[in-house]
Design a protein around this ligand. Structure first.
Ligand code: GLN
Length: 447
């Protein structure tokens, strides 16, 4: 907490500190050490952890970085949060994000942006920018983020940490404020692949409270020692011409491929022919699901309630107008339009067809390889205010969204500093569904 008080004055990763809960958990660890039962505690005993502010933790504020939920106090705890605490983690607090997870820079937070600890004039990425920055600046050992279209992997790349988006259904979404329910997954940020493996072993597994959660027994720590000998790593030559891809990111990608080959993996070329359509499909499906999920913020049962309204319609209107920020309103209006009669057939329906094609692309590619190596983000962290146009901002998700669309596992692994920018750059490993151990084996070889 002393370190956070110093480091976070500049970075602004934390929205709330949970000192009482942390010290209560630490007391349990101390007691176990004293009476010789420490070895029976969970694998994360004594490890400081923190959570993105769209995850409920009983008694804490869960704001989603929105004025809409500024005063909302969680009456219960999300499964992902309780799994880390049950494994012995010490909960330090709640972390800043783009409002309702809409964004790639954490600039849309209603409570001010988080800064990149490597260069305070730059964004940490987003939407889980607070989680990435906290892990990078040593303000927690494991932080959790959520990823709907890249919100764990892109900030991990910008902040030089490991970030994992597990296969859809591997980690429970219960208690996490929904953005796009068919795309959202929770995952960890850490400073090493090994730490991420411990976090995944604690997080993954069936939860009866999330109907999309699957039975899965994680063995991530065991996988780390398996090496990549004989493993087939797919590379996608077509991606090298992607718009905005910088030379230094290409360089890191080539270095990573060479490193995997040197460690005994075989490189094979694969194609993802419908990848070009992923951004368009995502920015139809995402806003449609967000529009539907955000309908619950009606100011009646909880959330910001505007004053001075004459009737219920006026209360809804005033509260939603005053409670949501610009990007949230943009998504709500877009989703509402796209789902309206006559328009649905033109956009939502074809976007679902594109979703099927993208999923099939991955299935075919995995007939030839065990894991795919692609960039995480086309470039290193950008300056605050550098990308003003929302459509240009959306393009920064070009390498991440298709993985949410297909439901595969994806992780960003830091590969050192870029030769031009001097900023951290990550590469992305993508696994077939529920074979996330494949990407961990490859990630361990890249460290
Ligand atoms: N940047 C993407 C968006 O704005 C992804 C966000 C996310 O994964 N939560 O939708």
């Amino acid at each position: 907490f002393d370190h956070i008080a110093k480091a976070d004055a500049d970075v602004h990763a934390y929205l709330e500190l949970t000192e009482e809960a942390a010290f209560a958990a630490a007391d349990k660890v101390d007691a176990a050490v004293a009476d010789g039962t420490f070895a029976q505690m969970g694998p994360l005993a004594g490890v400081p952890v923190a959570f993105k502010d769209n995850m409920n933790m009983e008694g804490t504020h869960t704001t989603c970085s929105s004025k809409m939920l500024e005063n909302y106090v969680s009456p219960y705890t999300a499964t992902c949060v309780s799994r880390l605490i049950e494994a012995g983690g010490l909960p330090l607090g709640k972390l800043n994000m783009d409002e309702f997870a809409f964004g790639s820079s954490t600039e849309t937070s209603a409570f001010g942006p988080t800064k990149n600890p490597w260069d305070l004039s730059r964004v940490p990425g987003g939407s889980s920018g607070g989680s990435a920055a906290a892990a990078a600046a040593g303000m927690a050992c494991i932080t959790l983020g959520s990823d709907t279209g890249g919100s764990i992997r892109q900030p991990a790349s910008f902040c030089g940490v490991v970030g994992v988006k597990p296969t859809y259904g591997m980690v429970s979404r219960y208690g996490v404020v929904a953005f796009g329910s068919s795309l959202d997954q929770v995952g960890p940020f850490t400073r090493s692949v090994e730490d991420a493996a411990y976090a995944m072993d604690a997080l993954c597994g069936f939860d009866p409270r999330d109907c999309t959660s699957q039975h899965f027994t994680p063995h991530f720590v065991d996988a780390l020692s398996q090496g990549v000998e004989g493993m087939k790593v797919g590379i996608v030559p077509g991606f090298m011409d992607a718009p905005g891809l910088t030379a230094e990111v290409k360089e890191k990608l080539n270095e990573a491929a060479a490193k995997l080959e040197a460690a005994g993996a075989e490189l094979v070329e694969v194609e993802l022919p419908h990848a070009d359509a992923a951004i368009s499909a995502y920015y139809v499906l995402g806003p449609c699901e967000a529009f539907s999920n955000l309908a619950r913020f009606d100011s009646v049962r909880y959330g910001y309630c505007a004053e001075g309204h004459k009737d219920l319609g006026g209360q809804y209107e005033g509260s939603r107008a005053g409670g949501f920020g610009t990007e949230a309103k943009r998504r709500i209006m877009l989703g509402s339009y796209l789902l309206s009669a006559g328009v649905y057939e033109k956009y939502y329906y074809p976007a679902q067809q594109v979703r099927r094609l993208i999923t099939q692309d991955y299935e075919r590619a995995y007939e030839q390889c065990d894991v795919i190596l692609i960039p995480t983000s086309p470039r290193a962290a950008f300056q605050f205010g550098e990308i003003g146009d929302p459509v240009e901002m959306h393009l920064s998700d070009i390498f991440t969204v298709s993985i949410n669309i297909a439901g595969n596992g994806g992780m960003s692994v830091p590969c050192g500093l870029g030769s031009e920018s001097g900023l951290p750059i990550g590469v992305q490993l993508v696994s077939p569904q529920f074979k996330d151990v494949n990407m961990f084996r490859a990630a361990a070889a890249l460290e």
